[in-house]
Design a protein around this ligand. Structure first.
Ligand code: PGA
Length: 250
């Protein structure tokens, strides 16, 4: 892998209860070892556990993020929703925006753009998910779809230093299928090139997400242009998560 920081982001989705907090103890221990100095571990538990995770990881090198947020930057009558202000107020530093599971349940590029702006307003860092469906891929529309998601998601945003891109092909999420290594490497390079050209950002951070596990990480780690991984299923088990980190770094 490269000499840059490597990101390992745990997306717990709608899993976890108060007891699951203990499962991160070994990950905290690991993060303290010198060898993992350039490793950035970010836990994104459900909202109900955010505060506990923030408390547990205080004075450690592990960061906490939310999995989503409401688009409104202010408080308001939105039953069941949480805005970036609230996320920040409890000490969370990151927010996942644009995950395909949320795009599927109604998040348009316009809503995603509003969410990103509201998060930036609070100085939160954004894990901005982009990805094509299988149908779009088969129709050779991948580049067009990804560039469109980036452009519309970041509309009217000038400073994009606080954005981490997560390329997550929809057909890879939770399916056990990952792209061919060459294809993935090319796609990552294309995303980086597009971001560089469009936003004059020399070095963007681009992660891969979709069925990353402790077996396929041995292949995925060979992609030198990648800056890390967004991990769903395998991150809920700390042994598997640690295995992925160790195999990437060692
Ligand atoms: P997965 O999920 O690793 O379970 O495929 C990744 C994600 O949805 O971020």
């Amino acid at each position: 892998m490269t000499n840059n920081n490597m990101y390992f982001i745990a997306n717990w989705k709608m899993y976890g209860d108060l007891k699951s907090i203990n499962s991160i103890i070994n990950v905290i221990k690991l993060s303290k070892k010198l060898k993992y100095k350039k490793t950035k571990i970010i836990y994104c538990p459900p909202y109900t556990l955010l505060d506990q995770f923030v408390q547990k990881t205080r004075k450690t090198k592990i960061y906490i993020g939310a999995q989503n947020c409401h688009a409104n930057k202010d408080y308001g009558a939105f039953t069941g929703s949480i805005n970036p202000k609230m996320i920040k107020s409890i000490g969370s530093k990151f927010v996942i925006v644009g995950h395909s599971e949320n795009r599927n349940s109604g998040d348009t590029n316009k809503i995603i753009n509003m969410k990103i702006k509201s998060c930036l307003n609070e100085n939160l860092k954004i894990i901005f998910c982009i990805g094509e469906t299988l149908k779009q891929r088969k129709n050779k529309r991948t580049n067009q779809v990804l560039n469109d998601q980036i452009k519309k998601g970041l509309k009217d945003i000038k400073k994009i230093n606080n954005i981490i891109f997560a390329y997550e092909p929809v057909w890879s999420i939770g399916t056990g299928i990952i792209p061919k290594l060459d294809d993935l490497e090319n796609q990552i390079k294309k995303i980086k090139f597009f971001v560089k050209k469009t936003y004059k950002l020399k070095k963007s951070i681009v992660l891969y997400g979709g069925s990353v596990n402790s077996k396929n990480i041995l292949s995925l780690r060979k992609i030198t242009s990648l800056n890390g991984f967004l991990i769903g299923g395998a991150s809920q088990n700390s042994k598997k998560f640690i295995d992925i980190i160790k195999k990437t770094i060692n």
